[in-house]
Design a protein around this ligand. Sequence first.
Ligand SMILES: Cc1cc2nc3c(=O)[nH]c(=O)nc-3n(C[C@H](O)[C@H](O)[C@H](O)COP(=O)(O)OP(=O)(O)OC[C@H]3O[C@@H](n4cnc5c(N)ncnc54)[C@H](O)[C@@H]3O)c2cc1C
Ligand SMILES: NC(=O)c1ccc[n+]([C@@H]2O[C@H](COP(=O)([O-])OP(=O)(O)OC[C@H]3O[C@@H](n4cnc5c(N)ncnc54)[C@H](O)[C@@H]3O)[C@@H](O)[C@H]2O)c1
Length: 490
Amino acid sequence: MAEDLPEEETYDVVVVGAGPPGEVLAGRVAEAGLRVALVENELVGGECSYWACMPSKALLRPVAALTEAREVAGAREAVTGALDARAVFARRDGFTSHWQDDGQVRWVDSAGITLVRGRGRLAGPRRVAVETPEGGSRVLTALHAVAVCTGSRAVVPDLPGVADARPWTSRDATSGREAPGRLAVVGGGVVGVEMATAWQALGSSVTLLVRGDGLLPKMEPFAGEIVAAALKDAGVEIRTGTSVAEVRRAGGDGGAVALVLDGGERLEADQVLFATGRAPRTDDLGLETVGLEPGSWLAVDDSCRVTAVGDGWLYAVGDANHRALLTHQGKYQARIAGDVIAARARGEGRLDTRPWGAHVATADSEAVPQVVFTVPEIASVGLTAAEAERQGRRTRVVDYDMGQVAGASLFADGYRGRARLVVDEDRGHLVGATFVGPGVAELLQSATVAVVGEVPMARLCHAVPSYPTISEVWLWLLEAYRGGGGSPAH
Ligand SMILES: Cc1cc2nc3c(=O)[nH]c(=O)nc-3n(C[C@H](O)[C@H](O)[C@H](O)COP(=O)(O)OP(=O)(O)OC[C@H]3O[C@@H](n4cnc5c(N)ncnc54)[C@H](O)[C@@H]3O)c2cc1C
Ligand SMILES: NC(=O)c1ccc[n+]([C@@H]2O[C@H](COP(=O)([O-])OP(=O)(O)OC[C@H]3O[C@@H](n4cnc5c(N)ncnc54)[C@H](O)[C@@H]3O)[C@@H](O)[C@H]2O)c1
């Protein structure tokens, strides 16, 4: 009988899930000299590398490049055709390494991390049982910590007919290689607007179905308004205040999809993408063996320790903890949690747990930067004006028309965009910023530094942006804050 028992292996740390946060956490604790196993049941690199950030941005970058060329007289005349969808897909395939993870595995090996292929499930405190692809099983015991980095999956609403209709989720929308003639996109969040932008440009006629009254409801209202106007200009039909009640696909795989809308109206499409949010991948993870609810997001403290589990051995990092569903924030949490795990393993009693200290994640609640890669882009960090107000802060909001900035007008003829700063008047520094317009993504880090550094408004006026760049919007925002006049002609 003994030979039927799974092999038991002991590590200092076991990380389940090799998305970017799982990889970074494993690398951080390995760097600190701990023995670490990294368990992955699909591809090392996770959703981000193969079905989310990288392929979606690879689809969107050519759309932005072409639009930007068309917005500059002289260059416009050289644009003689539409996007070459096949070339776009081929470039995207390169960015996903053709859905092979060899490159990432080489890094894992070089970092001294033990990669364990297979589905990991908690099997009581500090133990992870792995079902291997060959049908075997291994049990990994962690002396110091287990970290759940299993990410999230797309939620498809449980509507009549939806399973038989085989709708697209974000995975299909980022890996597809043929533009459906008519694509219905359900959901006006980030995935919805980015994928509507990409697939309209790749040749689909997109209809965006939004149940609220505008796009991107978590951002400043002008962001959704500007992007909606640009999508309409590109040919996307946007229907707000619309919910889908039922989905039917006629015939076989090639048949059309009929969406029955709330009022009974039918909308026909060749494909439907549900971009309706995410659910945690914790339903088949053995959470019940440690007293947690399967399928739940894992609430953590600021060191990413799961609060509901005693003894402090279980951590959750990245999407699984639901603090900020973004790759860069998950990697930030992983750096913090990795250092915390290493310090606790070394028995260091004194950790730096003040806000912004080395052993607490602070930025993922106070200063989350995000770029939405629509055309034009949205770049935001920290609080919106409405969020700041809800928190009871005494704020002052300053807006500026980015089309008035000399660098912006050079960047694109008829540049359309807007910027907003949210200043906490009691603390005297920025708590939020949003920029919308072509080429604004790279402005974001300047705002993130100002928010994280709590740079006093008076000092910010000494950070002089170069002329004539789009960054000069900072000058005019700060002038507006001072109560000065608008921009002169130069
Ligand atoms: C379409 C789309 C575009 C996006 N674009 C951006 C963007 O531009 N910028 C940005 O910052 N964020 C973006 N995001 C969000 C980003 O993808 C996630 O925040 C990020 O992938 C989270 O990383 P994670 O490691 O927590 O999860 P994941 O990347 O999902 O990785 C989790 C890993 O765990 C593995 N796993 C799960 N369960 C088990 C198990 N039981 N055993 C073993 N392995 C397991 C999975 O196979 C996976 O490899 C986008 C998301 C989507 C859907
Ligand atoms: N560029 C980026 O940084 C980027 C890009 C894509 C995704 N992401 C991240 O991935 C996460 C997931 O994105 P997402 O767009 O799937 O989620 P989301 O929460 O941003 O948007 C989902 C939208 O769908 C709507 N919705 C939910 N159920 C619905 C239903 N039954 N019918 C109609 N509408 C419905 C919601 O009201 C919401 O507006 C986000 O948190 C986002 O931060 C980031």
